[in-house]
Ligand binder design. Structure first.
Ligand SMILES: [Zn+2]
Length: 178
């Protein structure tokens, strides 16, 4: 069956940067609801639309079509005592960025000095061109419930009980795109 609006697509993927350095080897296929539900990047949907199981290709997605340009204004330095201990590089906190007052921003600790901490509110993949090796392994019709919810249920899909677990790992899928 062809990939079209309201089909559920299973795709093996490998994510690398524009120089082909591996960023993420998809250990499990990405399974998403096709048709503009923002379950995956629009460029991926565009590439796969109308294709079938067995189709594979490599696409490059520019930052503006992925996680945006790197914004230096989202980097800030905080007093270490304002943050919980123990503190490590790579930890993430939700906070409000100045000038962005609608949604909380996820800040990643990128550096720790004696009493100061550098927090970066950019997505880890911001500013990067991304290459996706894609290989479609299954296409099926979505259920009415999946269409109503705007996401996939079942194996590899969205689990309402353990949503937090299921949304970790696949960062290009689980982050809101706007
Ligand atoms: Zn649901």
């Amino acid at each position: 069956m062809k990939i079209a609006k309201n089909t559920v697509v299973s795709v093996n993927y490998r994510l690398s940067d524009a120089q082909n350095n591996l960023i993420e080897e998809g250990s499990q296929p990405m399974v998403y609801l096709h048709g503009g539900y923002e379950n995956t990047l629009p460029k991926i949907e565009e590439e796969l639309d109308g294709k079938e199981t067995g189709y594979s290709s490599t696409i490059q997605v520019e930052p503006e079509d992925a996680f945006g340009d790197y914004d230096p204004e989202l980097v800030k330095v905080e007093d270490r005592k304002r943050l919980p201990e123990p503190l490590e590089v790579g930890m993430q906190f939700e906070g409000m960025a100045e000038g962005v007052d609608d949604e909380p921003t996820i800040f990643t600790v990128t550096d720790i000095a004696d009493d100061k901490v550098v927090l970066d509110g950019n997505h880890p993949l911001a500013g990067m061109a991304l290459r996706f090796d894609l290989s479609v392994i299954d296409v099926r019709e979505a259920t009415a419930e999946e269409i109503a919810h705007g996401h996939v249920h079942g194996a590899h899909g969205h689990h309402h009980e353990e949503m937090e677990d299921s949304e970790q790992g696949d960062h290009f899928r689980s982050q809101p795109l706007n």
